[in-house]
Unconditional design. Structure first.
Length: 325
């Protein structure tokens, strides 16, 4: 099979597409013939050795995929060859085949394309967990989404609207801001402008945002927290800007505000029942047509290096997906 292989951590250009042996199927495992695999910001960090955990070299990157069951271990009864599935893994998703424990897979409804299935889980589960379980976002509240045209950002925009909030989307270019409007944002802000906090104040009638969804970090996060409403909740989701901000804690005191961490991977491990409920809720919204995961660009697996470079250069809106086979 073909696979994307990281041989060293020197540069994205060091990644190669190689022929590898088909993975075997051990007890409890299912082998999937992958149809599409998503590329996220974290993949860009992982292939450069910049993520908090490093995979031993060489390794196949890729954490989210969709495809068809190809082979099943004798002790697995939940899946049969030919079933469409989606899956999450720590690595190995950017390949033609992958073997994973059956618990890593979920059924993919037949009408959902692989591209949408591969890009749904991490971003939408993070968004729902953050807004619902961590911020208790209520109908009528104002939600500010930073990095709103990115993968997890656009999921938060859509989910914020579904939960009944007024959504203000912050992004760096007119094209990105238009994109967030198409996905339901009520207002947009150019947060690269020096006076963007004044605009935010005007848009919220002086009140400030009740909830801030923050996958960006850096100076923008600090400025956003300074603008938060009384009893606001600032969701710490990620640091795409590359800098972990240091917040003066008196700001939290003055606003009665909360700084709330979001780590959906551990949510899945530590609260499996609530996690399963989130998956059912998202599946239902998808089936009812209330959620439309957007794949802004697809490239063939062979163009993995180009895809990772686009992510690193801040050129991707929504989700970028590699098609396989
Ligand atoms: N906590 C969790 O459970 C969880 C789950 C999923 C993702 N995350 C994290 O969330 C962050 C975003 O992930 P994503 O997949 O949504 O990434 P993405 O699609 O690349 O979006 C990130 C956004 O951040 C903005 N940004 C600002 N400064 C940037 C910079 N220097 N480089 C790149 N982007 C920059 C960009 O928007 P503008 O150009 O408009 O500024 C971009 O659209 C990552 O740190 C990821 O690790 C966390």
């Amino acid at each position: 099979m073909k696979a994307v292989v990281v041989e060293n951590y020197d540069s994205i250009d060091g990644i190669s597409i190689r022929e590898m042996d088909l993975p075997g199927v051990s007890a409890g495992e299912v082998r999937v013939r992958i149809g599409a695999a998503a590329v996220g910001f974290v993949d860009g960090l992982k292939v450069q050795g910049l993520y908090q955990t490093k995979d031993p070299l060489p390794f196949v990157p890729g954490t989210e995929f969709a495809g068809v069951v190809d082979a099943v271990a004798g002790d697995v009864s939940a899946f049969k060859p030919g079933m469409p599935v989606i899956g999450m893994t720590r690595s190995g998703g950017l390949a033609e085949y992958i073997s994973v424990p059956s618990a890593a897979l979920k059924n993919l409804p037949a009408q959902v394309p692989f591209e949408a299935g591969a890009s749904f889980q991490a971003n939408y589960l993070t968004g729902l967990y953050a807004l619902g379980e961590r911020a208790y976002l209520r109908e009528g509240e104002t939600l500010l989404v930073l990095g709103a045209a990115g993968g997890v950002g656009i999921a938060a925009v859509q989910l914020g609207k579904l939960l009944g909030a007024k959504v203000i989307a912050a992004a760096s270019t007119p094209d990105k801001r238009d994109f967030t409007t198409r996905f339901g944002a009520d207002e947009t802000i150019d947060y690269t402008k020096a006076d963007w906090r004044d605009t935010l104040k005007t848009l919220t009638g002086g009140h400030g945002p009740d909830v801030i969804f923050d996958p960006v970090g850096g100076e923008v996060a600090l400025q956003a927290f300074r603008s938060i409403a009384w009893r606001g909740r600032h969701l710490v989701v990620g640091f795409a800007a590359g800098e972990i901000p240091k917040l003066p804690l008196n700001l939290a005191l003055l606003k009665g505000a909360s700084l709330v961490g979001v780590f959906w991977g551990d949510f899945a491990r530590r609260q499996p029942k609530e996690f399963a409920h989130s998956i059912r809720q998202l599946g239902q919204w998808y089936a009812e047509g209330k959620l439309k995961p957007h794949v802004s660009q697809t490239l063939p697996l062979e163009k993995a290096v180009e895809a990772l470079k686009l992510m690193a250069a801040r050129q991707v809106k929504g989700k970028l997906v590699l098609t396989v086979g």
